[in-house]
Design a protein around this ligand. Structure first.
Ligand SMILES: [Zn+2]
Length: 219
């Protein structure tokens, strides 16, 4: 491992972490306190699985959660582990379209692609004007065999989208995606991604601990 630099691209999760308006923020309760009667501390937590860096599962936008299909625990792990290219658009807000990215994509390995749109991330602030993907970009990447797309914003769709057409396009193409990455300390280039979802069999999304490995001395 000494030949690799390890870059954490996950957002810290605490009671201060911003989440989508109306979504459930992180909170915890202490259920056992270490002391003379107990030899350990114990907590329980409450949060939407969309708080912090996470993967949406197909069940987020389709089907019935009671059917236990398309949940986070059933997702294929292969898209979440492997070579990845970071494309730096920062500072950028608005729609990340094919027109905006094509020049850079043409020169890159696009098996997995992460888009950096912010120079820095304010973890405690929900940004209304975040960047999102265009359907034509997803269709293009799908046609090129891309397995995963990642963003440093809260959603792949526009905040006011009522159809979540990008979510549906990604699912239709069999692609996976990561939201709420923190690419502050990452420059454009090639890395190895490790960001598998947890095996939540009844949830429509899962937090991930997203990590990039960079081989030292390699551009
Ligand atoms: Zn989500």
């Amino acid at each position: 491992m000494q030949d690799y630099e390890l870059i954490d691209i996950s957002i810290p999760i605490s009671t201060k972490t911003a989440c989508f308006p109306g979504d459930t923020p992180f909170s915890k309760e202490t259920t056992v306190t270490l002391g003379k009667d107990n030899c350990f501390n114990l907590t329980k937590l409450t949060m939407s699985p969309h708080v912090g860096t996470h993967a949406d599962a197909p069940a987020h936008v389709e089907g019935n959660l009671d059917s236990l299909t398309g949940t986070a625990g059933l997702m294929n792990l292969a898209p979440f582990i492997g070579p990845v290219t970071v494309i730096d658009l920062a500072p950028f807000d608005g729609e990340i379209s094919l027109a905006v990215t094509k020049d850079k994509l043409d020169k890159a390995n696009i098996e997995r692609v992460l888009f950096r749109t912010a120079k820095s991330i304010r973890h405690e602030v929900f940004e209304n004007n975040y960047s999102y993907l265009s359907v034509d970009l997803v269709q293009y990447l799908a046609s090129k065999g891309t397995k995963l797309i990642g963003l440093d914003t809260p959603s792949v769709d526009h905040i006011q989208s009522k159809t979540l057409s990008v979510h549906h396009e990604l699912i239709g193409a069999g692609m996976c995606w990561l939201e709420n990455l923190d690419l502050t300390n990452v420059s454009e280039g090639n890395y190895f991604l490790i960001a598998p979802p947890l095996k939540f069999m009844e949830l429509e999304a899962s937090p991930v601990r997203a990590i990039l490995l960079k081989q030292r001395g390699v551009k």
